[in-house]
Design a protein around this ligand. Structure first.
Ligand code: ZN
Length: 68
């Protein structure tokens, strides 16, 4: 497990959309979610980042998109 999660503060969901491809674990549909992450670092009190995360809508696994 990586420690990067510690730096992540509150997340605000910006939107979801259907992503191409299917879940490698269960074959379910993949959904892309854009989130605004508010990082809380001592030297940077507020830092907003937009991240796109992929989830399986069936088994809720966090997925990474891999390009062949
Ligand atoms: Zn799945």
């Amino acid at each position: 497990m990586r420690l990067s999660y510690v730096c992540e503060g509150q997340q605000k969901e910006l939107g979801r959309q259907q992503a191409p491809g299917s879940c490698p674990y269960c074959g379910g549909k993949v959904e892309a979610m854009d989130v605004e992450v508010q990082s809380k670092l001592c030297f940077l009190p507020m830092c907003f980042q937009i991240k796109r995360k992929y989830f399986c809508t069936l088994c809720s696994r966090r997925l990474e998109i891999l390009y062949d």
